[in-house]
Design a protein around this ligand. Structure first.
Ligand SMILES: Cc1cc2nc3c(=O)[nH]c(=O)nc-3n(C[C@H](O)[C@H](O)[C@H](O)COP(=O)(O)O)c2cc1C
Length: 168
């Protein structure tokens, strides 16, 4: 799929088939994540979750993560802010990495959805305990992944009135 098509047709997919997602595909998505721009010294860390019990347990403390019960894989996108050169940039780095995973997933024919973790304390601590994430590391998001069992048409979202040229 062309890069622009992968961006323009990406939607949040929350229903998946039972087809497995290979380690090779996950590695490609992690390469996409690590190709994102970074102001925070590549301080991201990733936890790849295939254990069904763990994916299910996330729904115990996250009210909008039901899709993880069907997902073949979840990727927790985390940061170690102690590694930052420029302080306070890690959320942007992790967000850019998360978006690259979502676009890469669409390009490879997978369905994916951003599951928000940061800055909700209950979700951060829930994931920390479940995945044994150390104190110096903060999870920003989860991405749920699987082969899509639903199709969504991209809505018309382009809003010319939101664009200012040269001056506001
Ligand atoms: C920071 C962030 C957090 C999100 N958290 C969740 C979430 O917890 N659960 C969920 O189902 N979708 C979540 N989403 C996905 C949005 O609901 C979705 O992107 C939005 O409704 C637009 O739909 P689309 O992705 O299909 O274009 C999140 C998206 C972002 C950017």
């Amino acid at each position: 799929m062309e890069a622009m098509d992968a961006i323009l047709t990406r939607r949040s997919i929350r229903k998946y088939t039972s087809d497995p997602v290979s380690d090779e595909v996950v590695t490609q998505l992690l390469k996409a994540a690590m190709s994102a721009p970074t102001a925070a010294n590549q301080c991201w860390r990733f936890v790849v979750i295939r254990d069904r019990n763990i994916l299910q347990a996330i729904t115990d403390f996250h009210p909008h993560a039901e899709m993880l019960k069907q997902a073949a894989v979840g990727i927790a996108v985390c940061a170690d802010p102690t590694l930052e050169v420029l302080k306070g940039r890690w959320p942007m780095d992790c967000a850019a990495a998360t978006e690259n995973i979502l676009i890469g997933a669409n390009a490879l024919g997978l369905g994916a959805c951003w599951v928000g973790i940061y800055p909700v304390e209950e979700r951060i601590e829930g994931l920390r305990q479940l995945l044994d994430i150390p104190e110096n590391v903060i999870p920003l998001s989860m991405v749920s992944l699987g082969y899509p069992a639903e199709r969504k048409v991209p809505p018309a979202r382009f809003k010319p009135d939101r664009i200012h040229r040269d001056r506001w």
